[in-house]
Write a protein that binds this ligand. Structure first.
Ligand SMILES: *Cc1c(COP(=O)(O)O)cnc(C)c1O
Length: 363
């Protein structure tokens, strides 16, 4: 039996009829942009996250750019972002006119600490993109206590819970992605911004609609960036299942640990009192590519997602820190390996993964 790295379809199979009915309703209603499903989803999603407002946008990358613009980030500013993340976390910064400044991560949690953020702060720092990577939770309140607003990048953390609440309600403003493979995935691209600051929410609504509040006056250069009715209708069927899916992801991580995986490789460590809905279950080992090949031979998929951290990408050349400045990032990039996890992964599959890793370690 093969164990796939991720499985976005099994969990939604029981919802198929309701999803199809919702899609037919949208088709019959004939309203495809900013209609009743988007409005209802915005309310429902805000409530789940614990923020007072949610604003649907086109994808999780533009969600970051628009959130930064809403905070007033522009030319001449610096925005701090971890280099060990999905590329889009940093790619979203230059379109505001600001430049990315890369901070390090803790290679055991894969999250930036407030100290690591502080180490690269300058008088030009206007905001921080704090990434809740792999579903783990960044210390947003500690970072904001340094005196800069945070955009939480929640793309990988739908369903995670921390002691101070859920990602998306921990700081000034937050971005979310509904890309199909994420913990809460639509049938295409989609994203949202959450905030409990009414003024910021109004700025986001203005920016997502070409910089206009009334569709008559265009006060700023904005974006054409909306969540569409079809995606919102699909997401409304899925949203009530999110907490169950998240529990399964958290329990799967727990089970990996109970099965002794931690004796074979370094397990990802949740940050203070967090219950991560692991989007990816990322372990660390000295020779991850060899391990991947060995477990692959027994049908277990795995992948090193960020072998080249963002600051090493050619497009980021101008903003690359000196070699050796990001030791936690370099270590995480070299050693990490994502093992299978999903909202429906079975106990047998988890056992098969651990057995494969054990057999590989014995060789
Ligand atoms: C997926 C992802 C994004 C971008 O989301 P899209 O909806 O694909 O644009 C941003 N940040 C992180 C950490 C992600 O994983």
């Amino acid at each position: 039996m093969n164990v796939p790295l991720f499985d976005p379809t099994t969990a939604t199979e029981p919802l198929r009829e309701r999803i199809d009915a919702a899609l037919l309703e949208v088709s019959a209603a004939g309203q495809f942009i900013l209609g009743p499903n988007v409005e209802a989803f915005e309310r429902e999603f805000a409530e789940v996250v614990g923020a007072s407002e949610a604003i649907g946008v086109a994808n999780g990358t533009e969600a970051i750019t628009i959130a930064l613009r809403a905070l007033g980030v522009g030319a001449g500013d610096e925005v701090i972002v971890p280099s060990f993340s999905y590329y889009a976390s940093a790619e979203a910064i230059p379109p505001t006119g600001a430049v990315p400044v890369f901070c390090d991560v803790d290679p055991v949690t894969y999250i930036s600490t407030a100290e690591q953020v502080k180490a690269v702060m300058t008088p030009r720092t206007k905001a921080v993109v704090a990434v809740h990577l792999f579903g783990n939770i960044a210390p947003v309140a500690e970072i904001e206590a340094l005196g800069v607003p945070v955009v939480e990048d929640c793309a990988q953390a739908a369903g995670s819970v921390g002691p101070e609440g859920r990602p998306g309600a921990l700081g000034s403003i937050a971005s979310h992605s509904f890309y199909p493979s994420k913990n809460l995935g639509a049938f295409g691209d989609g994203g949202a911004i959450t905030t409990s600051d009414k003024e910021l929410a109004e700025r986001v609504r203005m920016l997502r609609f070409h910089g206009s509040r009334d569709r008559v006056n265009y006060e700023e250069i904005g974006f054409n960036s909306r969540l569409d009715e079809i995606q919102a209708a699909v997401l409304r069927v899925m949203l009530p299942q999110l907490s169950e899916w998240a529990k399964h992801r958290a329990a799967a991580g727990q089970r990996y640990s109970e099965l002794g995986l931690g004796d074979l490789v370094t397990l990802p460590q949740p940050t203070a009192a967090a219950t991560p809905a692991w989007h990816l279950y990322v372990v660390a080992t000295d020779n991850p590519d060899r391990l991947a090949e060995q477990i692959g031979a027994s049908g277990v998929e795995s992948r090193g997602y960020y072998r080249s951290p963002i600051h090493e990408q050619p497009s980021m050349r101008a903003w690359r820190p000196a070699p050796g400045m990001l030791p936690g990032t370099d270590q995480a990039a070299r050693r990490h390996l994502a093992l299978p996890i999903s909202a429906t992964i079975s106990d047998r599959q988890l056992e098969q993964v651990v057995t494969a890793v054990r057999d590989a370690s014995d060789q």
